[in-house]
Design a protein around this ligand. Structure first.
Ligand code: HEM
Length: 389
């Protein structure tokens, strides 16, 4: 009797050891009221609870290497070392997919592009509805994405851990930078900056992409998964065409030249340009000081040289081949009398042009014109020359 009881106990122990995982888990689930459902979610997107219960209620289905579901009873759990609940929790946590919101699109495509060969469903985001029935004993749907199913749960944990570690997935730790906004974030450059020929600095991302493209590799030593080179080129050209970023500087303007300090003098009352215009147009005023009705004279350089404005003589100057009596204009000259007297008794064309070539002296001094500047031998009559003295 005792031997029979011992045999029963032994048989129970052996049976429990062999069929422990599904049986004990099922019993524990029923006894706890599905305690695994109450486990805190390890990721931001836990699987639907009802599907997890379904997985545990169907422990005999598992996936083969080609991703096909096997309908044979599952002796596999007995053949593989079953992890302890603690290690299973760790495995579950490691095997869960990373948070959805923190995975860049390029990283997800990079991590799944090599695994979609064995994925039965075209869905890239693991969902319990698609992969749970195929995974069978595994409660983590993402296991079905692995091309080579690991031999054990520990291997699964290692594989998933390696897949989710930043070192194994460089695109997760440093994903390819997204295309920079075409509009630069920096403030609009000033007019002086626009006038400069130096182009604005390119966005660092574009520079880095161009450098990586030029070296034939991506930023992280893996094949580049960013936009196509043609798109990058178009973005770069679009950036270069932005207002204020062109290398073509506007033509220089006169306003850019530094203004010279004014040398104008304060004129006496009644000596304004308007007063001079009124006097110059007066028919009664003899501004030539040659007498009423005197003809225009041929003035030689020797004659001009004597008209310096000193010793009671008028100040004559020659500009543009014409000789003018500048004496009446002296108090009206905005630059002052001394300045104007610098041209007295000689040809003042060069002096005039150096200071204010824009001044229309011909109109201003029309009533002050003496005659034409001629050579010495061109004087027609000596008497005319003597009359000048
Ligand atoms: C003989 C004919 C000349 C006439 C009709 C004349 C007329 C004028 C006029 C209208 C201005 C005012 C310009 C303005 O408002 O921007 C001016 C300014 C001046 N002129 Fe003359 N000028 C004459 C000859 C000269 C000569 C020969 C000199 C020097 C040797 C001279 C020196 C100056 C200077 C320094 C100013 C002040 C420029 C400034 O800083 O704005 N001018 N003159």
């Amino acid at each position: 009797m005792a031997l029979l009881g011992l045999s029963l106990v032994l048989a129970s122990v052996i049976y429990a050891v062999i069929w422990k995982p599904p049986l004990i888990q099922t019993l524990l689930a029923l006894w706890r009221g599905h305690p695994r459902i109450q486990q805190p979610p390890t990721t931001a997107r836990p699987s639907p609870p009802e599907l997890r219960v379904e997985e545990e209620d169907r422990p005999t289905s598992m996936m083969d290497g080609d991703g096909e579901a096997s309908s044979s009873p599952a002796p596999a759990p007995a053949l593989e070392p079953e992890p302890t609940p603690t290690s299973r929790t760790v495995t579950d946590r490691a095997a869960m997919p990373p948070p959805f919101v923190t995975t860049p699109r390029s990283a997800r495509s990079a991590s799944t592009s090599s695994q979609t060969r064995s994925t039965p469903s075209p869905q890239t985001t693991p969902k319990a509805t698609a992969s749970a029935p195929l995974n069978g004993n595994s409660s983590i749907p993402s296991f079905s994405l692995s091309p080579d199913p690991p031999a054990s749960a520990a291997a699964v944990a290692r594989t998933v851990g390696a897949e989710t570690s930043p070192s194994a997935l460089p695109t997760l730790s440093a994903p390819s930078p997204p295309p920079q906004p075409i509009a630069p974030a920096s403030p609009k450059p000033s007019a002086a900056k626009i006038a400069s020929m130096a182009p604005p600095p390119r966005p660092p991302a574009l520079n880095a992409i161009n450098n990586a493209r030029g070296s034939g590799s991506s930023l992280l030593g893996v094949p580049a998964r960013g936009p196509a080179p043609d798109r990058l080129r178009q973005q770069q050209h679009a950036y270069d065409r932005q207002p204020g970023t062109s290398t073509l500087a506007p033509p220089p303007t006169h306003s850019s030249k530094p203004a010279k300090p004014s040398r104008k003098v304060i004129l006496e009352p009644g000596r304004s340009p308007l007063d001079w215009a009124r006097l110059a147009n007066s028919p009664t005023a003899d501004l030539r000081n040659l007498g009423p009705g005197a003809p225009y004279l041929r003035v030689t350089p020797s004659m001009l040289k004597r008209q310096t404005g000193r010793k009671g003589k008028d100040a004559w100057t020659a500009m543009g081949g014409r000789v003018y009596n500048i004496t009446p204009y002296l108090p009206f000259h905005p630059g002052g009398e001394p300045e104007l007297l610098r041209a007295a008794g000689r040809d003042g064309t060069k002096l005039f042009g150096e200071i204010h070539p824009w001044v229309n002296y011909e109109n201003m001094l029309a009533s002050c014109m003496i005659g034409l500047l001629v050579e010495e031998h061109e004087a027609k009559s000596k008497g005319e020359m003597d009359g000048m003295d």
